[in-house]
Design a protein around this ligand. Structure first.
Ligand SMILES: Cc1ncc(COP(=O)(O)O)c(C=O)c1O
Length: 469
């Protein structure tokens, strides 16, 4: 890491490649301001506002292992990780190395020739998938894998119906929103895709009514993050499987988030023994380095491809660099003991959270989820943003959910060392202890002060902009 004291005073965005890894607080602030400005003008008004209100140097400049670093070297342990992408932490050396080597051979695919690294990843993925799921289509994102899964189900059945569950989340495209289970996400994007419907989760009665001879597929997450990490019961999954078979509908498991060790077992569905017809995988498959997702499906589904040379297409899906990342990531998981580590840390997290619930009942009511995919359920919705703040001030990123602020998501990396894991647990425990000491009045004051501060920041920003104009 080199440090370089003299830097231009402005225009840093046009010289990013010349900037050092570590800068002074003043230079870092300058880079933050320039970045916020462009976000506000061209990308997104909300994220920069959040950063301005918190007043912290939340500028993603470097990342390594469990930590994100700002340009001046402030660091946070990321236990949210883009909804669970960073199972292997940031920039796992073996994944980075594999991608660099692949880039020096062939980066993106011309898509006319076959590529061995894509084949090797498919082979590895199939070896880890439940028996029968031996067909693979590679996508660039989880959403795209879900779109492909829906398409496969319709192609193979010739039926229109696609059924999702309440609090299910499958992406933000129109089709995936149509089977996602939160009104707020869909609002303004209607009408939903024809034939789509959404039913309660973990409720077999609703499945029996909604999944009929017109249904192509039922889509669900074995561990649903947006409900505060509700886990599908084994009885439910078994009954769902039986009913789908009875009416000839396919069963799609969206394991973009809960798969590949995140929920404390190789697959989210592993404890139930229920195997879907179509399985969507993403996030951790990227190794935290290159965008990658996949759909795995069985021979019954493959039937739908018979009439066409390709059922789907993508310029970048399954590109050699992403596949090199995915292959290295899966090898690290299976050969370097990272999957076992995820299982072990997941169990330890469960034990620690049980203890916190007993020790700080004034702050935390319960916890839900499995493995390293958990949610704390705070005693009051107003405590969600407080614990998020307190943990961040202690150097740990966790997040309260916007639509249900009493639920706070924690998704630590599998590769966290014992010391890092203890650092994370300690930050959560200290934050809970601090909240448990707060009276209801303290809580109200905290949230009011925060609201007032946010208003002041917004007003100052509006004034500064007006003065410039
Ligand atoms: C369960 C689930 N499905 C699908 C998606 C969409 O994946 P992506 O953001 O990679 O498109 C996500 C993302 O959070 C997810 O958690």
């Amino acid at each position: 890491m080199q440090s370089q004291p003299t830097l231009p005073k402005q225009g840093l965005l046009s010289q990013l490649n010349d900037l050092p890894d570590v800068m002074s607080a003043e230079q870092s602030q300058q880079l933050l301001e320039e970045t916020l400005r462009v976000y506000e003008d061209h990308i997104d008004r909300f994220l920069p506002l959040y950063v301005r209100v918190l007043g912290e140097e939340m500028l993603e400049w470097r990342a390594e292992g469990a930590f994100l670093y700002s340009p001046s070297g402030q660091r946070w342990m990321d236990c949210l990780g883009a909804g669970g992408v960073f199972g292997l932490g940031f920039r796992h050396p073996k994944v980075v190395d594999a991608v660099k080597k692949q880039l020096d051979r062939v980066g993106l695919s011309a898509r006319l020739f076959v590529n061995p690294v894509t084949a090797a990843l498919a082979q590895k993925l199939v070896s880890l998938a439940p028996a029968g799921l031996d067909q693979v289509w590679f996508a660039n994102s989880g959403t795209e894998s879900l779109e492909a899964a829906l398409k496969l189900a319709r192609l193979a059945t010739g039926r229109p119906g696609i059924v999702g569950t309440q609090y299910g989340y499958h992406g933000m495209s129109i089709a995936t929103l149509s089977i996602s289970g939160l009104e707020a996400w869909r609002k303004g994007t209607e009408p939903a895709v024809g034939g789509s419907s959404v039913i309660p989760f973990n409720d077999i009665g609703s499945v029996k009514k909604a999944v009929t001879a017109d249904t192509a597929a039922l889509i669900l997450e074995p561990v649903q993050w947006a409900s505060g990490c509700e886990v599908a019961t084994t009885e439910y999954l078994k009954a769902v499987r039986e009913h789908c078979d009875k009416v000839g509908a396919f069963l799609i498991f969206d394991e973009v988030q809960c798969g590949l060790g995140r929920a404390g077992t190789l697959w989210g569905h592993t404890p139930s023994g229920v195997v879907p017809d179509i399985l969507c995988v993403g996030k951790i498959l990227s190794g935290g380095v290159m965008p990658l997702a996949a759909v795995l499906y069985n021979d019954k589904v493959r039937h739908g491809e018979r009439d066409r040379p390709q059922f789907n297409n993508s310029s970048y899906g399954g590109n050699p660099m992403s596949c090199a990342a995915g292959l290295a990531a899966l090898n690290v998981m299976t050969d370097d003991g990272v999957l076992d580590r995820a299982i072990d840390l997941g169990a330890r997290l469960g034990v620690a959270l049980d203890e916190f619930v007993k020790k700080y009942p004034k702050a935390i009511k319960a916890h839900r989820g499995a493995g390293l995919m958990r949610c704390l359920e705070m005693k009051q919705p107003s405590m969600g943003s407080v614990i998020q703040d307190y943990a961040r001030k202690r150097g740990v990123i966790i997040a309260s959910m916007m639509h249900m602020p009493q639920f706070v998501r924690v998704s630590p990396p599998f590769t966290a060392t014992d010391e890092e894991f203890a650092f994370f647990l300690n930050a959560v425990e200290e934050s809970l202890a601090e909240i448990a000491r707060m009276s209801l009045m303290d809580l109200m004051r905290y949230n009011n002060d925060f609201g007032k501060h946010a208003q002041q920041v917004m007003m100052k920003l509006a004034q500064d902009r007006a003065a410039e104009a």
